[in-house]
Structure formats: structure tokens, C-alpha cells
Design a binder for this molecule. Structure first.
Ligand SMILES: [Fe+2]
Ligand SMILES: [Fe+2]
Length: 351
């Protein structure tokens, strides 16, 4: 196998042995390789130094007074900071059982005493290389995953923007209602990760309006029955648009799109789902969406006061809205109003 061109000089190697002569030999062996060396003459000391300096590799003697090498390894493997440091056992014991125990404790390799200096050098180099390659790989995977998530989010945002162009709602509506949704999810006990996902998924709730003809969507007056039926198809159309999504955020946005007009008492659309048949994220977004619609000015109506909007939430608790969510929404009202303030519509809405 060809030598890799990884630069290993400067990597940290901790050498543990209770016999000073062995430490001296190992120093002599490894120093020319350019590693930064640390030494410990007991298991306790080794753990202390490893935790503090986080070496890239540990050469660990097995038989030592106090805690032996296996126990030392055990403890290092049980600490998050040190658990991934590769450990090579250096042992005089030749019985196969001990060697197996070493591997079971999490060692990556072993060297038998008395050792050949050359062998020590090669094994140390091999394991440092493997571990460096693994670290690089992990970092690459992390970077790529981040890029992938970013581009998914980007697509989701742009799709949401496309819907806004068709609607008479402003872009600020989806910003506010998605923030309210995430806050309400948090208050309900959703994890930070789920709340973040809801924040990104809820702006898509009305994406199906892309498929509603302008004569209906942009009609200034009240919709007649036929037009209203067409308008209602936006929930299913949105779910259809989002249906091929494989990412969690797209799946959640599909759920939100199809359920954000369902009502707790079963009188909503498109399916007439009732109570907890409606997914939680749908029930959350419903409240956030309606509250923002009520408290915002629209071409066909003035903005309602916060008090009046809250009154509607209370009156409709258990009818339109999940009765366990309405009190939570009132609890987070101060934060909701902060967001409302921060993302309020500009004075002139005629642009
Ligand atoms: Fe809608
Ligand atoms: Fe909306």
C-alpha cells in the first residue's frame, strides 16, 4: 500500500507505562516522527492527561499498579471527550485471552513487549492515519449534510415565496405566522429541533393557492358557493405539490398544508378531521394563521385589535381550535406581540 501523504507531525501521542525505561525507549522511538509526546506512569495520570490534552492516540501499558490498562481504557471510553481516541495496548502478556480483552475494551491494536522500535513506529503511524482520515471524512459528511439541508430549506422558502406572489397576503404574514407556530409548538413541549422544522415548514401552508385561478383567488368581493369550493381545494393542492418530498421539513409542510383548515369539532376541510385526528402541527398552525389573519389588515378588511382576536380564539376554543392550545397561545402572547411588532407591515400597503 502506498504511503498516504497526510502530515502527521505535530499530532499528540500519549505514552503510558509504569516502567521509566519503557517510557524512555518509546520516547526515543517516537520523537523522530515529530509527534507531540505526553507521558504518564499510571492509569490515573493517563486519564488526567488525556482529558486535559485530548491526544490523537494513546499507547497504553496493560500491567500497572493502581488501575491497569484495561480499566484505564474503559474509563477513557466512557468519557465523551476521550471516547474516540484510538488506544494501542502495549503488553507483555502473550495469552490470546488478554489480547481479546484488550480489543473488547475498545483498543484498536496491541504491541507485544519486548517490542521492535520499527513496529511501534509503523503501528502508531497507521492508526494515526486511520483516525485522521476518519475525522476528515466525518467533517466532510457534516459539511455536505449542512449544504444539503441549506439547499432544501432554500427550495422550501422559494416555493413559499411563489405562493405569496399569487396571494394578496404579504410575505410578512408567513414570517409572523411561522414564528407564532414555532413558539406555540415550544410551549406545547415540542423539541427545539421540531420547532425549528415547524418554523421552516409552516410558511408553505398556502402553497396550493398557486393552483387557484386568479378570478377566485384575487376576487375583490365575497366568493359564491362554486368559487368557495374551488378556493378550498388549495389545501389538497398544496399537499399534492409537496407530496414527493423526502426531507422531514417537506413532509411536515405537506402535513401542515393539508390540515391547516381542519377544525377541532370536525367542521373544517378538506377531510373534516376531528380533535386529535388532526396532526398537532396542523392544529398549531391553524391558530397561528388565524390569529395573524385577524390582526392584519387585508384589502377587504381592517386589522382587528389583539383583544378582539384573542376573544375569537377563546370563543372558538373547542370548536375551531384545539382547546389545549388556546390557553398556551395566551401564555406566549407577550412573545407573539414582540414578533408582530418586529414584522409589522409598512405604513403604505399599496406597493
Ligand atoms: Fe389556507
Ligand atoms: Fe395564511
Amino acid at each position: 500500500m502506498s504511503q498516504s501523504n497526510l502530515n502527521l507531525a505535530g499530532l499528540k501521542v500519549l505514552v503510558v507505562d509504569d516502567t521509566p525505561t519503557n517510557l524512555a525507549i518509546l520516547r526515543q522511538t517516537l520523537e523522530p516522527e515529530g509527534y507531540k509526546l505526553f507521558f504518564a506512569n499510571s492509569g490515573e495520570k493517563a486519564i488526567e492527561i488525556a482529558t486535559k490534552n485530548l491526544p490523537d492516540l494513546i499507547l497504553l501499558d496493560v500491567m500497572m499498579p493502581g488501575i491497569d490498562g484495561f480499566e484505564t481504557c474503559n474509563r477513557l471510553k466512557n468519557q465523551t471527550e476521550t471516547k474516540n481516541i484510538p488506544i494501542i495496548f502495549v503488553t507483555a502478556k502473550t495469552e490470546m485471552e488478554d489480547i481479546i480483552e484488550g480489543f473488547e475494551k475498545g483498543g484498536v491494536d496491541y504491541i507485544l513487549k519486548p517490542f521492535q522500535q520499527r513496529e511501534v513506529c509503523v503501528r502508531v503511524r497507521t492508526h494515526l492515519e486511520l483516525s485522521e482520515l476518519r475525522k476528515n471524512l466525518e467533517q466532510k459528511v457534516q459539511e455536505r449534510t449542512q449544504q444539503l439541508n441549506d439547499s432544501r430549506l432554500e427550495i422550501v422558502r422559494r416555493l413559499g415565496k411563489a405562493a405569496e406572489f399569487k396571494d394578496n397576503e404579504t410575505g410578512l404574514h408567513v414570517i409572523r405566522m411561522s414564528q407564532y407556530s414555532a413558539l406555540l409548538g415550544k410551549a406545547y413541549g415540542m423539541s427545539d429541533e421540531e420547532c425549528e422544522m415547524l418554523l421552516n415548514a409552516s410558511p408553505m401552508h398556502d402553497v396550493g393557492k398557486i393552483g387557484i385561478p386568479d378570478r377566485v383567488l384575487l376576487k375583490p368581493g365575497k366568493l359564491n358557493d362554486e368559487e368557495w369550493e374551488i378556493m378550498k381545494t388549495h389545501a389538497e393542492m398544496g399537499a399534492e405539490i409537496l407530496s414527493e418530498g423526502t426531507s422531514e421539513v417537506l413532509k411536515m409542510s405537506q402535513t401542515v398544508a393539508i390540515t391547516h383548515h381542519e377544525r377541532w369539532d370536525g367542521s373544517g376541510y378538506p377531510k373534516g378531521l376531528k380533535g386529535e385526528e388532526i396532526p398537532l402541527v396542523g392544529r398549531i398552525v391553524t391558530i397561528a394563521d388565524v390569529f395573524d389573519a385577524l390582526t392584519s389588515e387585508r384589502p377587504y378588511k381592517k386589522a382587528w385589535s389583539v383583544e378582539d382576536a384573542i376573544k375569537v380564539l377563546e370563543e372558538e376554543s373547542g370548536k375551531h381550535f384545539d382547546p389545549s392550545l388556546v390557553p398556551l397561545f395566551k401564555e406566549i402572547l407577550p412573545q407573539v406581540l414582540e414578533i408582530k411588532e418586529r414584522f409589522c407591515e409598512p405604513e403604505s400597503s399599496e406597493d
